[in-house]
Design a protein around this ligand. Structure first.
Ligand SMILES: Cc1cc2nc3c(=O)[nH]c(=O)nc-3n(C[C@H](O)[C@H](O)[C@H](O)COP(=O)(O)OP(=O)(O)OC[C@H]3O[C@@H](n4cnc5c(N)ncnc54)[C@H](O)[C@@H]3O)c2cc1C
Length: 287
């Protein structure tokens, strides 16, 4: 995986719109042409604010990036104080951003690959950006049914981007914990069924690649499912990330020394997307 060249822009972005999707989920659209021009799926921005004279930063995956309109958007849950303040920003207000940051999802030999994209909760944000980008760049993927999105959430109102993906012709499998939309169950139940169906099918000419983003326990289980089946998997991890630009060591994640030479890497610069087998998965909520 290529390492980010630490090239990023710091700017004041004007709020274009602030859309309440379903409390506590919001999409904020920001005028940020420099970021929109280079953002790739899986990359993130640091939103910064000053509180009591101290700069606070929080990472958010890029949900949309449009070169044409020079805008990006992020999807977030207004839960704690940072995101609740962000939800109070109105069109015309300025938001300080650093980005685009980190390394995003990557594709291999397109011709013989089939993609299963899994997004859990707000983790579906970079997965939706990736799905839209794949189909724009490689329309044959959708035409040949080689791209499937599994979108999971606790309940229907917390599903991200599903209607829009379905209206664009994507094969989206929906699963909720409470059964309020799609199948009742978990993303991993569906993933196991879909992987095993493809692996055992006599007409399965393609290599399967899984891409996932969501809470760490979900990613750990997805990684395990894929590694057991020898299926390539990339995960975008969420970890504590105070600075986002490689200046502090708080986002260090342990690596699998069978695959990497360094015992730890900074998720902000080397990640947040990793090959699942590069990470050392432990029995806690961080890899
Ligand atoms: C690469 C990446 C992408 C992400 N993308 C999204 C996204 O698209 N949408 C989304 O809703 N969330 C995303 N997150 C998570 C998000 O950055 C934080 O969970 C969120 O900002 C917390 O805000 P809050 O208002 O709920 O809590 P806060 O009030 O900001 O914080 C609550 C407590 O948690 C600590 N804390 C919270 N976040 C961080 C952090 N990043 N680093 C260090 N300490 C922290 C604070 O110090 C405080 O003690 C992402 C995280 C990462 C690493």
């Amino acid at each position: 995986m290529t390492q980010s060249a630490f090239k990023h822009t710091r700017l004041s972005a004007r709020v274009i719109s602030q859309i309440l999707i379903a409390h506590p989920a919001y999409e904020i659209v920001l005028h940020a042409p420099d970021i929109a021009a280079s953002a790739r799926p899986g990359q993130f921005v640091m939103v910064t604010t000053i509180e009591d004279g101290v700069e606070l930063r929080r990472p958010f995956s890029i949900y949309r990036a449009s070169r044409d309109s020079g805008s990006i958007s992020i999807l977030y849950l207004a839960r704690g104080s940072f995101t609740s303040h962000l939800a109070q920003r109105s069109p015309g207000d300025l938001v300080e951003l650093i980005g685009p940051l980190g390394n995003g999802f990557s594709v291999g030999e397109m011709a013989d690959e089939e993609y299963l994209l899994v997004g859990g909760g707000v983790g579906a944000s970079p997965i939706c950006f990736f799905a839209r980008t794949l189909v724009r760049n490689y329309p044959e993927l959708a035409a040949n049914e080689r791209l499937t999105v599994i979108s999971a959430a606790r309940t229907a109102t917390l599903l991200v981007g599903v209607t829009e993906l379905q209206e664009s012709g994507f094969d989206v499998m929906v699963v909720t914990d409470d059964g309020s939309a799609g199948e009742q169950g978990s993303a991993t139940d569906i993933l196991i069924l879909e992987l095993d169906r493809r692996i055992t099918s006599k007409n399965a000419p393609h290599k399967i690649v899984v891409y996932a983003c969501g809470p760490m326990p979900l990613l750990r289980r997805i990684a395990q499912i894929c590694l057991e089946r020898n299926v390539r998997c990339q995960v975008s991890i969420e970890t504590s990330m105070p600075c986002g630009v490689g200046e502090c060591d708080d986002c260090m994640v342990p690596m699998n020394l069978a695959r990497r030479t360094e015992p730890f890497t900074r998720a902000c610069c080397v990640g947040p997307v990793y090959e699942a087998d590069e990470l050392l998965w432990e029995d806690s909520d961080t890899p």
